[in-house]
Design a protein around this ligand. Sequence first.
Ligand SMILES: NC(=O)c1ccc[n+]([C@@H]2O[C@H](COP(=O)([O-])OP(=O)(O)OC[C@H]3O[C@@H](n4cnc5c(N)ncnc54)[C@H](OP(=O)(O)O)[C@@H]3O)[C@@H](O)[C@H]2O)c1
Length: 163
Amino acid sequence: MKAIIVAYDKKYGIGADNDLLWQRNLPADLQHFKEITSGHAIIMGSKTYQSIGRPLPGRQNIVISRNLKPTNNGIYIASDLQSAYGLADIDKDKFVIGGGQIYALAINTVDYIYATEVNEIFNNATVHFPEINHAKWREISREKHTADERNLYNYDFVIYKRI
Ligand SMILES: NC(=O)c1ccc[n+]([C@@H]2O[C@H](COP(=O)([O-])OP(=O)(O)OC[C@H]3O[C@@H](n4cnc5c(N)ncnc54)[C@H](OP(=O)(O)O)[C@@H]3O)[C@@H](O)[C@H]2O)c1
């Protein structure tokens, strides 16, 4: 199975200054991300890898780059998206985890989008997710959550399936 996992705001903003728009103020989303992706392959652009700063444990980490050379620090390097899918272990699901450049490449290749929809507009967003075309994607589940002392915004966990 191939899927995208992403968190975006009401205008599909996903990042600024090589960081998340909500920075550390939505830990429930990080926990959700961990639950969905653990045991599987995660595929990311080199800027997203840089912003995370280390391979994420319990997952096969694959980084797409035109420049990075293969290393032995726990990540796989792929020169394009198709090679990244090819590097993933056969028994693992493949989750494209960002950022903007890699989502744009991947959106026509995946069967599912696991979206966290953050009910806020961040005017400083410089990186965006491609707008979801509801003629092509059907919402198959939605879990609503209200802000609390640690998660500063209302957010929904949504799954879209390609029609
Ligand atoms: N909200 C979310 O769910 C979420 C998730 C992930 C990331 N983000 C945010 O998104 C931002 C980063 O996204 P971004 O769009 O700037 O960068 P990105 O997609 O993470 O990485 C871009 C890099 O990927 C490589 N690349 C892109 N297209 C390629 C191709 N066709 N073939 C080979 N390599 C290719 C290049 O690496 P080289 O330069 O090494 O060649 C390029 O510089 C950050 O702010 C991050 O916090 C948000």
